[in-house]
Design a protein around this ligand. Structure first.
Ligand code: PHE
Length: 362
């Protein structure tokens, strides 16, 4: 058997091959099947390639016609292949246009926007209240010298009043073997800093973070905010202190608030007081309408919200002010405590717990 006979027996006729190839091409619906088809017919050992190769082994007189016929099929299949490729691409594009269609009339997805931390919010609210009364807002360092945090505030070394502030000391020792640096335990050091750097009249409000060496519980944190206030001028009296703080209390806790001052001790003021507002929860009664005890004021009808007093003459003298000529008042409060009262938050640790479910409520 000659080689040509072998091929003719094993292979379908040219027409059959062409018909089969076109039918299979029509059935290709993916890039992969299309590629399989191309390899199967037009690839190096594809069916048509084999036919073309076999032409060489035909008797000379048959070669020309067979070659021409095979080439014709080749051109046809190549063109059909390209057409099919285009067709599939076009189909895919229309499909995409359908599945990826954008419905511009659909409502948008809600964008989650951040918000200010509740501490920041209450600090700003309080500062705004004082700013509108003519106070200037200032900030100061959180790492502070003993001199400002204590000494210039009439709290000398080894004075028992230092026990009022459990202090976090910076591990740095001076020539006298003392640790002069600390994390400020209150914002009061800014009283001394402000007076040292400017002449009266002074009217400042100082928000900022403070730190204490404290076992934390529902009402104590080792890190918290304070807001300090200071007004110094000729002729400032306790009446100015009362009027200013009364106005503040009404702005934050409501127009009907009453206030109460009681004696208290802070080394840097004289007289020193603590200020309370009448309880907004039970309207100062100590009990709710149903007769149950009020939890907010612990049945006393009053809520302590800050320490205050007239600036001690020693403090004025310490910063170079003439205590015979100038007087002033100062106050300090914890905004987290104010927020707890205002919003009924029962644990101060929530402020730094980073629980988004808590933070989102403000
Ligand atoms: N600094 C005081 C404290 O931390 C509060 C205070 C400030 C009291 C100003 C009087 C005057 O407790």
């Amino acid at each position: 058997m000659s080689a040509s006979e072998d091929i003719q027996i094993a292979s379908p006729s040219h027409d059959e091959l062409q018909a089969l190839a076109l039918a299979e091409l029509e059935a290709c619906s993916t890039d992969e099947s299309l590629e399989q088809w191309r390899i199967g017919y037009l690839g190096r050992s594809g069916k048509l390639t084999q036919v073309l190769r076999s032409v060489g082994s035909l008797p000379v007189e048959e070669r020309k016609a067979a070659g021409a016929a095979a080439n014709q099929i080749k051109t046809l299949l190549e063109r059909s292949f390209e057409d099919r490729q285009e067709e599939l691409l076009a189909q895919r594009r229309t499909g995409l246009a359908e599945t990826e269609r954008i419905d511009v009339t659909l409502p948008g997805r809600p964008v989650s926007v951040g918000r200010f931390h509740p501490s920041t919010q209450i600090v700003r609210e309080i500062c705004d209240a004082f700013a509108s009364m003519g106070f200037q807002i200032l900030e100061g360092p959180e790492v502070e010298w003993d001199r400002y945090n204590f000494e210039l505030l009439n709290i000398p070394q080894d004075h028992p009043a230092r026990d009022m502030w459990d202090t976090l000391w910076i591990d740095h020792v001076d020539d006298e073997g003392r640790r002069p640096m600390l994390l400020r335990t209150h914002t009061s050091p800014m009283q001394a800093r402000v007076m040292e750097s400017q002449e009266p009249p002074v009217r400042v409000i100082v928000p900022g973070k403070c730190y204490r060496y404290e076992a934390t519980d529902a009402t104590h944190e080792s890190q918290f905010y304070q807001i300090e206030g200071l007004a110094v001028d000729e002729g400032i009296t306790f009446a100015h202190l009362k009027g200013t703080l009364y106005e503040f209390a009404r702005r934050i806790f409501g127009q009907e608030r009453r206030i109460r001052f009681r004696c208290d001790y802070f080394p840097f003021v004289e007289p020193g007081v603590d200020m309370s507002i009448d309880c907004f929860n039970c309207q100062g009664d100590g009990h709710l309408k149903d007769g149950s005890g009020c939890r907010i004021c612990k049945e006393t009808g009053w809520i302590e919200i800050m320490g205050a007093g007239m600036v001690h003459p020693k403090v004025l003298a310490g910063v170079g002010y003439d205590p015979e000529k100038y007087t002033g008042f100062a106050f300090g409060m914890g905004p987290e405590r104010i927020a707890m009262l205002k919003y009924g938050i029962d644990d101060i640790r929530l402020f730094y717990g980073n629980d988004i479910r808590f933070l989102r409520q403000f």
